[in-house]
Design a binder for this molecule. Structure first.
Ligand code: AMP
Ligand code: MG
Length: 415
């Protein structure tokens, strides 16, 4: 069959990946600030400075199960003290501890007045009325002071902080049931292509399963956004137009396929009609074609990322362009993955004019990196086996074994 005139690739100026990313980061809007329940805030960016409402802990308490004593009484041992009471966590001492006296105390229980030291139960005979302290214990031992974690009025977390488990815990100990953060983006994701079928449909001749929607929805979730998983959209302008109209309420839209210049790639005409969109040829492999732009939903701008259809290209372009964009929309200052230098254990051939993101296995102990095997842009296993992308610059067409290269640490090494 003759190749039609429209499928011949027009000469297109290549854009560098850095330029494309800079334009994307400059183009995406910061999402609004919202109040969310504390348990929904993990991974989000704090939108307020938080000052402690009270001292944490709120009262002086014991760090051990043992005996609350006056330090002067236990400077040397053994010594016998009279047990005048007991206080458990959640209780409150009903009297003070005088010279020669002690009170049994549990971890977290308020310290009785007069006592300034706790002797661990292991350092006593644990007797009921007259207890023998077996070990001399320095004054102040095993006491937790009021406000030693958080001081009332002190700024404990600043605006811009990414909330991890520890920060969520700090906010809980300060009694914050809800907290102001930058919104978690809701990201619509759909696949395009006449050959694509979903997982529950029989696979007909010439058809393939939709993997991209699952890959991308998962990558969206992994970056802390909420995937809004849509369907498979056929290669027709009407179907695409309808699909985009249905998702204007999203905070961002990610699609795969249809951004090349094949006969059935209708993203360009449809998106040019519905919003502002650029179609770029980026000087990278995999993932040369990329569409970036926005739909307008009233005053809101909804960024669109049209990723290429090849399975590796879709995920690599998500990693390089969409992941940083979704992080920036959430208010993250740092949107980069950590990087390392490593020595190649094998030579790698590439196209000189393109930056090559090879899928690699980085061994941080040996300081080496190797390829995951065949690097075709449809070989998704090359990503599954990888713990990094090897970032090989424009210029050379071969990188020799033993050369020091840059690696992007995408995930923890597979176990
Ligand atoms: P396209 O970018 O639409 O030209 O597609 C490029 C290649 O990626 C073709 O081989 C498609 O069959 C394949 N492809 C497109 N979309 C998907 C998808 N959702 N899942 C798996 N492969 C896809
Ligand atoms: Mg297609």
């Amino acid at each position: 069959m003759p190749i039609s005139a429209t499928s011949a690739k027009p000469a297109q100026k290549l854009m560098s990946a850095d330029d494309a990313l800079a334009r994307i980061l400059a183009g995406v809007p910061a999402l609004p600030e919202v109040e969310v329940p504390l348990l929904d805030a993990l991974g989000l960016v704090l939108a307020e400075d938080v000052a402690a409402d009270r001292d944490v802990p709120p009262f002086r308490n014991s760090a051990m199960d043992g005996y609350a004593v006056r330090g002067d009484d236990v400077a040397s041992a053994p010594v016998e003290l009279r047990v005048v009471g007991e206080v458990a966590a959640g209780g409150f001492p009903d009297r003070a501890v005088g010279p020669g006296e002690t009170m049994r105390i549990m971890t977290g229980a308020p310290m009785p007045d007069g006592a300034d030291t706790v002797v661990r139960v292991e350092d006593t005979d644990n007797a009921a009325d007259i207890v023998t302290i077996a070990a001399a214990t320095p004054k102040g031992t095993s006491i937790r002071h009021a406000g030693e974690d958080l001081k009332k009025g002190e700024i404990i977390l600043t605006k811009g902080t990414v909330l991890r488990a520890a920060e969520i815990g700090l906010l809980a100990s300060d009694g914050r049931a809800g907290i102001r953060v930058r919104k978690r983006p809701r990201v619509a994701v759909f696949s395009t292509g006449d050959e694509i079928v979903d997982l529950d449909a029989p696979l007909g001749r010439g058809q393939i399963r939709d993997s991209n929607r699952y890959t991308l929805a998962s990558a969206i979730r992994a970056v802390g956004a909420e995937p809004w998983v849509r369907g498979i959209v056929r290669d027709s302008p009407d179907a695409l137009r309808a699909a985009f109209r249905e998702v204007v309420a999203a905070d961002a839209i990610v699609t795969s396929g249809g951004v090349s210049v094949g006969d059935h790639d209708f993203m360009k005409p449809v998106l040019s009609e519905l919003g502002t969109i650029d179609f770029w040829a980026i000087a990278i492999r995999p993932g040369r074609p990329l569409a970036f732009g926005e739909l307008n939903d009233g005053d809101r701008r909804v960024p669109i990322f049209g990723l290429p259809g090849n399975t590796v290209s879709a995920l690599v372009t998500f990693e390089i362009f969409v992941r940083p964009a979704l992080l920036r929309m959430q208010g993250r200052a740092n949107v980069s993955r950590p990087r390392a230098k490593a020595r190649l254990t094998e030579p790698v051939d590439k196209i000189g004019t393109l930056r090559f993101f090879a899928r690699g296995i980085h061994d941080p102990d040996a300081g080496t990196v190797r390829l995951t095997g065949p690097q075709g842009s449809g070989i998704l296993r090359s990503m599954s086996l990888a713990n990094c992308l090897i970032d090989l610059p424009v210029g050379p067409s071969r990188i020799e074994k033993g050369e020091l290269v840059d690696v992007i640490l995408t995930e923890q090494p597979p176990a």
